[in-house]
Design a protein around this ligand. Structure first.
Ligand SMILES: [Fe+2]
Length: 259
């Protein structure tokens, strides 16, 4: 199926994205709209008192790093009308994730006609994310044809905890069986053993790691199977306002969880 899909999409996909599983989209987003999100984050979201939907699925107030106004717990799906107080944020996020410029940039990657946004996350501070695949959260069938976009809402410098990716051919799946795992149990039970074994395998191969000093208006897009993590911030915690979201084109259709 992967081979057939690869053949069908061959002329509709970006070569670099196909071969390396990521691409830096420079100047692909309307910078004024990106700046509007950052302004709303600082002026409306940070001072907000009250519970909001978080990446863990909890509805909780801000969890500040001690002695700072840096928020530890990211917001989930703030592009949806979940809180009247967050309406300005909802509008500003929607303006970016549904912008024609972004659709055009994605279309150059895979030629899809329509895109479905599955999840958005809004980060306020540098993350400490370990190596993982987004495929375990949500993917297409076959795996690897959903995208995740990481959008900086401030200009990045080397010390801010940048995302790093390991170049990865689009659609390449490493199964649990290949990692010597039984695959029994639920997805939740399988997540940790899979990623522990995958990390060991990848690190043993001395892989390249790619990142980019992206600026407002840029984005880094990667496939749902591209291994990625957060490079360390020089001083932690530090502000790193960014937006991460999962999106899939209408070819192929979105499917359920990993496996
Ligand atoms: Fe991720």
């Amino acid at each position: 199926m992967n081979a057939l899909l690869g053949h069908v999409l061959k002329d509709r996909t970006d070569r670099q994205y196909q071969d390396f599983g990521y691409k830096v989209l420079r100047g692909a987003l309307p910078r004024d709209k990106v700046d509007a999100i950052a302004r709303i984050v600082r002026d409306v979201v940070v001072p907000h008192q009250g519970p909001l939907l978080r990446n863990t699925g909890e509805i909780a107030p801000h969890d500040f790093f001690d002695g700072t106004t840096l928020i530890r717990n990211p917001l989930a799906n703030a592009h949806l009308p979940l809180s009247p107080a967050m309406e300005p944020l909802e509008s500003a996020l929607t303006a970016v994730v549904t912008s024609p410029q972004l659709a055009e940039a994605l279309r150059k990657l895979d030629g899809a006609d329509h895109y479905n946004i599955h999840q958005t996350l809004l980060f306020f501070a540098a993350q400490t994310t370990e190596l993982h695949l987004d495929s375990w959260g949500l993917d297409t069938a076959p795996h690897g044809f959903a995208h995740t976009l990481w959008i900086p809402l401030q200009d990045m410098t080397p010390d801010l905890g940048l995302p790093g990716v390991i170049p990865w051919p689009r659609g390449k799946v490493v199964t649990e069986a290949e990692l010597g795992l039984s695959g029994s149990g639920s997805d939740a039970e399988g997540y940790e053993p899979y990623h522990r074994a995958l990390s060991a395998k990848l690190l043993a191969e001395s892989p390249d790691v790619r990142t980019a000093l992206v600026r407002r208006g840029d984005a880094i897009v990667r496939t749902s199977l591209t291994p990625h993590f957060t490079l360390p911030a020089r001083a932690y915690p530090c502000e790193n306002i960014s937006h991460d979201f999962g999106i899939a084109g209408d070819l192929p259709a979105p499917a359920g969880p990993y496996r």
